[in-house]
Design a protein around this ligand. Sequence first.
Ligand code: PLP
Length: 432
Amino acid sequence: MDDPSARRLIRYGGSFFGETIVRARGSFVETAGGRRILDFTAGQICATLGHNHPRVAQAIRQALDEVVHLNSWMLSPPVLRLADALLATVPPPLDRAMFLSTGGESVEVAVRMAKLSTGRFEVASLTRSWHGLTGGVAALTLAAGRRGYGPVLPGGFALPAPYAYRCPIRHCDGACDCTCLEAGFDLFDQASVGSPAAVVAEPVLSAGGVIVPPPGYFARLAELCEARNMALVLDECQTGLGRLGAMYGFEIYGVVPDFLVLSKTLGGGIPIGAVVTTAAIEEVCHERGFVHVTSHVSDPLPAAAARAVLQVVRDEDLPGRARRAGERLLGHLWELQRRHEVVGDVRGMGLMCGLELVEDRDSRRPAERLGLALSEECERRGLSMNLVRGGTGGAANCLRMAPPLTVSDDEIDLAADILDSSLTTLRTAAPG
Ligand SMILES: Cc1ncc(COP(=O)(O)O)c(C=O)c1O
């Protein structure tokens, strides 16, 4: 990091980016030294409309003139209008919403409501999942951050992720047939103490290596949940609001969850999370004394920003844009796979794509050092991506690309050029 003050900050995982960022617009961030970097992480997958979108900026300015923050029981027009706008985007019976601050907090609320409404406490999540790191949801995040903090909440279960390139039950190769899901529920049923409450899942497992479940996966998961009276909680913190090429991932899979969780993409860079559920579940929870009051629940400023994001997503058909732009990006990545042996697998849906690096395609050994080297080389050439865990044993060998939904064709082509030239440069000295 170029600024010595960075040493005063608690390091919260990985290294800080090497240069200070002083400005951000659209798909680019700009360093103190004047370097423009193409941001294929959309901030932390939150800059849905690109950085500092004028409509979001305008909504924030208006909130500064009207009202920023309120007592948790006072409601304001931005929150009421956001509830109307958000619920207009989901199918029945989803028709109640609550607005919180972060993704972890929102998953937490969905799970608390699932426990309260079912009267049970066992919750399953997928291996390689990420649902947040705060106390309760840390039990459900299986991709990272588990060791060294003592016990997690009792009642957590793991279902094997449908990761066809490295099948967790050594059954499929390249095309998942959902046997992992059946096997996972066999294990769950044997280990359960008879208190099944919920399953929490991401429509595409993002931090766990951009794993795209096969068609039919979520329909079967919904059946398995229904058979046990478990609530299906879909965590669309990253995938919601168009990223996968539809407004929500659940539309693509043809299911309607009991709880939809949103955050990241909803705020366009401003912290806000949401839980959406049915009137029936809300009613039961309310009758049973549901309490989840936080300092920033129903705050007007983030709600105003989120409403602006929703309006732009709808007015500019950003789900359609994500679908077309995603096809372009995936086309480039497949071409890179044809030309570079180290690109073992290419995965993605809409504008959430990943490229898994291997030492060679026969052994599929995760090329972790190459992942880091490639990510650094791309950053030097002006492209930022997240390096996430794709391989076995927690190896970080997967580059995740999730640019703003407003990314242009030229920016996608530029990113592919940078990846290509970086791979070519590193090829001779491939560290493996
Ligand atoms: C799918 C998903 N859910 C929940 C979270 C947690 O969100 P937050 O970091 O805002 O608590 C994340 C964060 O990366 C996420 O990717």
